[in-house]
Ligand binder design. Structure first.
Ligand code: NAP
Length: 300
């Protein structure tokens, strides 16, 4: 029936490219957390367009999965073990990727840590872990590439993966929301500082992109799961991973040569949604199924 809600249309089929073949020929792209979920999908899209891809993260099995996915589409890949919270380890990872693939010109700051928790239960260690991975790690990797590009007079591009609760606040995710807000600020600052050196810095904010690598913590968040997410989003569907790949490759490509300091949201307008009448408010503790404050031992 025409006029019935049907949501946003499906994007073009998997395997299609938004940019001309060979757009990233000869370029080396380093993706943090590029072995799982969104990072792997983004890595593969760069690979399809001719890039060699370096996968950087802590766990060997994750990195191997990323390398295999990139090689499967016929591109060169390398991997380096690294905890991005450690700036020396970040420098070492860049060295290793550059030894194997050549100088890096594109960095995708995708790695993140996250888990749902009421703020009053969050331990200092849990706060530090998330903020250090998301905010410090993004800065350390950006600084590393920035110094290499500025020092060698080469152009480049950085893409930071954000989250819309950077703007709205993120009840149940105080650590990640605060860190992502910092990442968006970093994006704007570095875009201005480094434009004179031919380096662009943009951000990409994904909406609901369920994937098979989600941690048990994230899967347990109320409202996660394909059918709940599809019903709750104005688009009446979740995002398809290839939609992020197309957006990421565009922002890092020469076709976006004058786009910097920009944050692109790929979420089907989900973050702007408001209902005419809000549903009854449920405190975060209750949404997460926690007992009264103090009834459980310890925090995380
Ligand atoms: P994910 O599957 O949990 O992947 C996180 C990746 O980061 C893993 O590959 C992990 O690899 C790596 N990582 C974590 N800590 C690290 C560290 N200290 N050093 C180096 N690497 C580290 O996450 P995702 O769902 O694909 O999300 C990817 C990005 O999109 C994140 O920035 C996230 O905030 C953002 N995002 C996702 C969604 C969504 O719907 N999924 C929505 C909004 C925003 P190791 O374990 O091997 O280190």
């Amino acid at each position: 029936m025409s006029g019935a809600p049907r949501g946003l249309p499906e994007p073009p089929a998997p395997g299609r490219a938004a940019l001309p073949p060979g757009t990233f020929d000869g370029e080396v792209v380093l993706v943090t957390g590029g072995g799982t979920g969104l990072g792997r999908a983004i890595s593969v899209e760069f690979a399809r367009l001719g890039a060699a891809v370096g996968i950087v993260s802590r766990r060997a099995e994750h990195r191997e999965a990323g390398v295999a996915a990139v090689r499967e589409v016929g591109a060169r890949a390398a991997e380096a073990a690294c905890d991005i919270r450690d700036p020396d380890a970040v420098a070492g990872a860049f060295d290793r990727i550059e030894r194997e693939l050549g100088p890096v010109s594109v960095l995708v700051n995708n790695a993140a840590g996250n888990f749902p928790v009421p703020a009053e239960d969050l331990s200092p260690g849990g706060w530090r872990a998330v903020v250090e991975i998301v905010l410090h790690g993004t800065f350390f990797c950006s600084r590393e590439l920035g110094r290499r590009l500025i020092g060698s007079g080469r152009n480049g591009s950085i893409l930071n993966i954000g989250a819309s609760y950077a703007w709205t606040g993120g009840p149940g995710f105080v650590h990640s929301a605060a860190a992502k807000a910092g990442v968006l600020s970093l994006t704007r600052t570095l875009a201005v500082e480094w434009a004179p050196y031919g380096i662009r810095v943009n951000a990409l904010v994904p909406g609901l992109f369920p994937h098979e690598d989600e941690t048990a913590d994230i899967r347990s968040v109320p409202g996660r799961g394909a059918s709940d997410e599809e019903a709750s989003a104005p688009a009446l569907r979740t995002g398809r991973l290839r939609e992020l790949g197309w957006a990421a490759t565009y922002l890092a490509s020469p076709f976006a040569a004058y786009v910097t300091g920009h944050t692109m949201v790929v979420d089907g307008a989900n973050w702007q949604r408001r209902a005419l009448r809000q549903p009854a408010f449920v405190p975060v503790r209750e949404q997460l199924g926690r007992g009264p404050f103090g009834s459980e031992e310890g925090g995380r």
